[in-house]
Design a protein around this ligand. Structure first.
Ligand SMILES: NC(=O)c1ccc[n+]([C@@H]2O[C@H](COP(=O)([O-])OP(=O)(O)OC[C@H]3O[C@@H](n4cnc5c(N)ncnc54)[C@H](O)[C@@H]3O)[C@@H](O)[C@H]2O)c1
Ligand SMILES: O=C(O)C(=O)C[C@@H](O)[C@H](O)[C@H](O)COP(=O)(O)O
Length: 545
C-alpha cells in the first residue's frame, strides 16, 4: 500500500509536529500536517472554524484532508488531536503505520495548560484533559500499530523510538515515490491564517531561502525596493542585484541600524525613494534586517499608496521569532515606542538561519527575551530546553536552536492567526512590554528591545506574584532563566516616576486605566487592570537596582 511512511496521532500538545518534522528529516522525506491543510483551505485558524461553523463541520473538513493525505502523501503525516473521533477517518487509517504518541494528564496540563489558542481547553484544564483522554484513548489505541510514550522524553528520543518500533530505514525514500537519488530537506513552513480581512501567508524557516523571493514577489510586480540596515549593506546590495538580474527594476534603500531607523524622518526618506522610482500598487517592498528594519519596512509598505505588498526577511533571532510575523508595523516617536503604525501583514516571511551567523552575541541574546516570553505565555517546552542548556541557547550552533526558533514562531503564528488587530488574545504577546517599552523610551531608544523586555517580564512576574496570581516558583523562574542566558533583570530605582508616566501611553491602556499582562502560571496569561499604585511601586522595588 503506498501512502505515508508514518502517521502520528495523539492529543494536542503531545509534540506531533516537532517529532514529525524531526522524523521526516531523519528519514529523508517530507512532513505534512492535516491541521495545516485545513487552515490553508479554510483560510482561517481552527479555533475560528470551530467557533463559526461548529465541530461537525470541522470534522468533515478533517475527513477530506485525511483522505487526501493518506492517499497522496508519501512521508510523515500528523493528524489533529480529535481526528480519531470520526469513524470514517478511523477507517481511512486501517492498515496504515499509525503511531499513537501518548502523554499522561499531568504532562498534558504542564505542556498545554490553559492555552486560549487551543479551542477545546478553555476552562479547568485538568478535569477537561482527563475527560478528553477517557473519551479518546481507546480510539487512539484502536487505530495505532504502536504506542510511544512521550513523557519525560526529548523529541529526538521519541523519533528514535518510532524508527525502532516500525523498523524504519533512516534516509529511505518513501514507498510509492520514485527515488531521485537525492534527499531533499525543505524548509519548515508555518502557516499564518488570514484574519480581519488579511490574506494567509507562510513563515519559512531553513537555509538558502532567498531563492524563494521571486516567487513571493510574483510577476505582477515590476519594481522592488529592498530596505536594509547599514550593517547588512552587502546583503542588501546582493539581493538587489539578484532581483535586477531576474528582470525587476530593483532599488536598495539603506537605513540606519537599529531603532534609529524607526523614525518619521526615515519613513519620509523611503517614501521619497519610492516616489522617485515610480513605485505603484503592484510593486513590492522587501525588508531585510532585524525587527527595527522589518517594522519600518512594513510601515513604509502599509502607508505607500495606502498599502503595497511586502516581504519580511528577518536576520535576527528577535526578527524571526516575533517582529517579522503578525503585521504590526510602525515607528517610535519622542512620546513613546511604536506609537505610530499600522497592522499590515507581510506576504511571506523568510527566516534563513544562516543570516544569524553574523549577528553579534549581544543582539542574539536580546532576541532570546522574546523566545523566553513565548515560553512563559504559551509553550513551557521552550523554558525546559533553555534551562537544559542555557549556553547552547545563546548560539546558533546550540543543539536546540532551530527548535527554539520554530516553537516561538508557532506561538506567535497561532496567536496572530486568530487576532490580527489585538482585539483580545494578541495582548498576551505584550507580556513584559509595558515596562519594557517605558524603559526603551527612557533610554531614548538606545537599548536593545529584548534587554528592556527582559526586565519588563521580571516586573510583570513580580506584579503577578504581589497580586496573588502567580506562584513564587514561577515568578522566581523568570529571574533564573533570563539570567542564565545573560539578559538583565534590574533597572535604575530612581527612574520609577518617569517610567510610570511613560507607561500611561502604552497601547493597552484604556483612558486612565493601566493594563498589564500577567500570568496565573506558565502558559496562563491574563490581563491585570488598574493595579493599585502601591502594588506597582512594590513590584518595581523588586527590579530596581
Ligand atoms: N512588529 C512586531 O511585532 C515586533 C515584535 C517584536 C519586536 N519588534 C521590534 O523589533 C525591534 C528589535 O529588533 P531586533 O532585536 O532584531 O533589533 P534590530 O533590528 O535593532 O537589530 C539589532 C542590530 O543588529 C543589526 N543586524 C541585523 N541583522 C544582522 C545580522 N544578521 N548580522 C549582523 N548585524 C545584524 C541591525 O542593523 C542592528 O544594528 C524593536 O524596534 C522592537 O520594537 C517588533
Ligand atoms: O505582536 C504583538 O502583538 C506584540 O505585542 C509583540 C511584541 O513582542 C512587540 O514588541 C510589539 O512590537 C509590541 O507591540 P506594541 O503594540 O506594544 O507596540
Amino acid at each position: 500500500m503506498s501512502g505515508p511512511l508514518v502517521v502520528l496521532v495523539g492529543p494536542m500538545g503531545v509534540g506531533k509536529s516537532t517529532v514529525g518534522e524531526l522524523l521526516a528529516a531523519r528519514l529523508g522525506t517530507t512532513y505534512r500536517d492535516t491541521d495545516a491543510d485545513i487552515v490553508a483551505e479554510a483560510g482561517k485558524p481552527i479555533a475560528e472554524i470551530f467557533y463559526d461553523e461548529g465541530e461537525e463541520h470541522f470534522r468533515a473538513l478533517e475527513r477530506r484532508a485525511v483522505a487526501a493525505a493518506v492517499a497522496g502523501h508519501p512521508g510523515v503525516l500528523s493528524l489533529g488531536g480529535g481526528a480519531v473521533l470520526d469513524g470514517t477517518t478511523r477507517e481511512l487509517l486501517a492498515g496504515r503505520p499509525v503511531v499513537y504518541l501518548s502523554m499522561d494528564v499531568d504532562e498534558a496540563v504542564r505542556r498545554v495548560g490553559l492555552n486560549t489558542a487551543r479551542p477545546l481547553l478553555a476552562v479547568n484544564p485538568r478535569r477537561q484533559w482527563r475527560e478528553l483522554m477517557d473519551a479518546r484513548r481507546h480510539l487512539y489505541e484502536e487505530v495505532a500499530r504502536t504506542v510511544v510514550a512521550t513523557d519525560e522524553h526529548t523529541p529526538e528520543e521519541v523519533a528514535q523510538a518510532i524508527i525502532d518500533a516500525l523498523e524504519l530505514p533512516e534516509g529511505a525514500a518513501a514507498p510509492g515515490v520514485e527515488s531521485t537519488g537525492m534527499t531533499q530537506q525543505g524548509p519548515t513552513r508555518i502557516q499564518v491564517a488570514g484574519s480581519a480581512g488579511s490574506d494567509p501567508y507562510e513563515v519559512l524557516v531553513g537555509h538558502r531561502l532567498l531563492g524563494e523571493l521571486p516567487q513571493l514577489i510574483g510577476d505582477r510586480a515590476r519594481r522592488v525596493a529592498v530596505l536594509h540596515p547599514e550593517a547588512l549593506a552587502e546583503t542588501g546590495e546582493a539581493v538587489r542585484q539578484d532581483l535586477a538580474d531576474q528582470g525587476y527594476e530593483a532599488i536598495a534603500i539603506q537605513l540606519p541600524n537599529a531603532e534609529e531607523a524607526k523614525t518619521a524622518e526615515v519613513a519620509a526618506y523611503c517614501w521619497k525613494a519610492l516616489g522617485q522610482t515610480g513605485f505603484t500598487r503592484t510593486d513590492v517592498v522587501v525588508g531585510i534586517g532585524g525587527g527595527a528594519t522589518t517594522d519600518i519596512a512594513g510601515f513604509v509598505a502599509a502607508t505607500w499608496l495606502r498599502g503595497v505588498r511586502w516581504i519580511a526577511v528577518p536576520t535576527t533571532v528577535l526578527g524571526m521569532v516575533d517582529a517579522a510575523i503578525g503585521g504590526k508595523t510602525g515607528i517610535n516617536t519622542a512620546e513613546g515606542k511604536n506609537l505610530v503604525g499600522a497592522f499590515h501583514p507581510p506576504a511571506g516571511v523568510l527566516c534563513d538561519l544562516a543570516a544569524l551567523e553574523s549577528l553579534p552575541v549581544h543582539d542574539y541574546v536580546s532576541g532570546l527575551a522574546e523566545v523566553i516570553k513565548s515560553g512563559f505565555i504559551a509553550d513551557p517546552v521552550i523554558l525546559d530546553l533553555i534551562e537544559a542548556d542555557p549556553e547552547g541557547a545563546r548560539t546558533l550552533a546550540g543543539p536546540h536552536t532551530a527548535e527554539l526558533i520554530e516553537r516561538s514562531i508557532r506561538v506567535k503564528a497561532e496567536v496572530v492567526s486568530s487576532d490580527l488587530k489585538e482585539a483580545g488574545l494578541r495582548e498576551i504577546l505584550n507580556y513584559g512590554h509595558t515596562l519594557g517599552h517605558a524603559i526603551e523610551k527612557n533610554e531614548r531608544y538606545k537599548w536593545r528591545h529584548g534587554a528592556a523586555v527582559s526586565i519588563g517580564m521580571v516586573f510583570a512576574a513580580e506584579l503577578g506574584r504581589l497580586a496573588g496570581r502567580l506562584d513564587d516558583a514561577t515568578a522566581d523562574r523568570h529571574r533564573t532563566v533570563l539570567e542564565s542566558v545573560g539578559l538583565p533583570l534590574t533597572y535604575r530605582g530612581d527612574q520609577w516616576p518617569r517610567l510610570l508616566e511613560n507607561m500611561k501611553i502604552d497601547k493597552k491602556s484604556r483612558g486612565d486605566l493601566l493594563r498589564f499582562i500577567v500570568l496565573d502560571g506558565v502558559g496562563k496569561p491574563t490581563v491585570l487592570e488598574g493595579p493599585d499604585p502601591a502594588v506597582l511601586l512594590a513590584a518595581y522595588g523588586e527590579v530596581s537596582a
